[in-house]
Write a protein that binds this ligand. Sequence first.
Ligand code: IVH
Length: 670
Amino acid sequence: MDKFDIKKNYLNKINKFQKHNKLYYEDSSPKISDKEFDDLKNEIIRLEKKYNFLRSEISPTTSIGFKPSKNFLKSKHRVQMLSLSNAFDENDLLNFEKKIHNYLNEKINFEYSVEPKIDGISASLTYKNGKLVSGTSRGDGNIGELITENLKTILDIPHEIKKKDFPKDIDIRGEVFINKNDFVKLKNNFANPRNAASGTLRQKDPNETKKIPLKFVAYTFGHLEKNNFKNQSDFLYSLKNWGFVTSDHNKVFKNIGELVKFHKKFENERFNFEYDVDGLVYKVNDLNLQKRLGFTSNAPRWAIAHKFSAESAYSEILNIDIQVGRTGALTPVAKVKPVNIGGVIVSNTSLHNEDEIKRKDIRIGDTVKVERAGDVIPHVIEVDIKKRKKNSKKFVFPKKCPSCGSNTEKEYNSATKKIDAVRRCTNEGYDCEKIAIEKIKHFISKEALNIDGLGKKVVEKFWDLKIIRVPQDIFKINYEKISNLDGWGKQSSSNLQYSIEKSKEISLDRFIYSLGIRHIGNENAKLIAEDSKSILNFLDLINKKKFQELLNIDGIGETQVNSIKKFFKNKLNYEIVLELNKILSIQSKKINKNGKLKNKTFMFTGKLSNISRAEAKSLVEKNSGSVLSTVSKKLNYLVIGEKPTNKKIEQAKKIGVEIISQSALNNLLN
Ligand code: IVH
């Protein structure tokens, strides 16, 4: 092929890629499998690497990709639309219940509301004075797309409700889906019923949505002006009474034994259903308990999805890649011959860690059983030994980091008293290229700096061009230079500048999370930020190496503290934080300042009854009080539970701090 043909072939591929990119991201109706899409992209990358004269502004290596749906106005949910954690077996369920008991600090008996998990997409409907005023898609959980007119075409969704007991202002939430037999007619356009529902619902023109028989099953509420319901099951009953469709299979059960029995029975029956069901949802039935339990950053503590068992297929391992993650973990990934598992083409499967490979004696060339369940990454279940080739060799896991060549190690885990199964690169910080890139990707990610237009691909590109090597480089970008890069222009460069400027104002918890310290996810970052209150206090803690003080925070243990220590032992990590503090405006957490416990400080000692420390702390803070970790003159009340620490009581007495019981604290609140 001469240069002209190579270029022509390349541009054809780019155009094809653009078309499918748009179909995937903007129209939610991919027409090729994920694998074909990836192959196309990889082929373009391969060509660009091979022939350096190939360039295009819309190449996947330069363009950032479509933003989902410019078609609709955005709308902020009054109450977040979160997802659910998954359980796959009885053990996961026992763990789930244990966490509930721990959080409540009492072994309370409660019922479960059990509902089929229909595999569609969720939507939220706002009714004011009985009229449907707006409808939104889930979006990213905080902000959804306003798709009112499209939702109104669904026959199951009432436009007006005249029942006397229907709340004046309520968001009704449920699942939009399509029956399997209706999907058959659309099979050529969508990979599965879920995609079909999502694509049809988000058509620009509601008349297009109307052509497809979408359905809606209601199952929960978001905002609710006055909640008089005692149980989730009561709410489901009312939903039906008000004219919504609810599942005929909703049940209430008393314990995990009953849940498991029902799951087993239901799992076999699900194939007779008219629609796809991918599991059961279990919710704590008592709404008051739900309120106490609240949410972690992405899922409620009071609900879990119990998935049905996965689908599987056999394939051959072509190669084993070792990926290096942000925390240095070496993760083996098996590249397998592409295989269709339950409608999805799988070509990468997780092998978890070194021990897993050893335990299952997984080798390159082996035929393996691959399983796929819901959204989780497919994984290798077992090797078909009979099919093993004679000349096959045991896989040797690398002992040096494949990215930087440093030594790797398996750590001793003091909590489990075992050696970790995961091997890690010992390089802390930015000296290991793969770790550094992953750290920067984490820094700009949604839950951290959330910089629009600076996606993972752009980070990789800017890394290659040496534009970004450490986080602060992001704020020193020469936009003039960027606008001259292939695939960039004045507009995209100034958009990037805008989002980078915008990201400079950041809350302390997000900032701490953005640093990517191992074991400090957004929950722990929140705890530390709440304790530190301001970036100055946080820096003071680092400067004076007062890391041990963090142990006073309920929820922070040795593991987290050691990890923070190790992180700041690295000089570059420390300098990055100082540098970022100069550039960013790091905001202290805003709290309700006029609650009942305004200007009052508390400290807890001993076991509280019916409530955990974490819950008590959040209760105090919700009412504008604060919780201290040491006894000092600043402390107003020392709250004593069962078996308190005598030393704290003595100290408190000495300096005249008021000592109160838990019920006295309750009185202050009521
Ligand atoms: S409750 C915070 N109930 O599953 C409560 N969700 O992974 C979350 N879903 O986004 C929603 N059936 O799309 C709930 N009976 C049910 C459900 C259900 C299906 C979907 C929903 C949600 C996803 C969570």
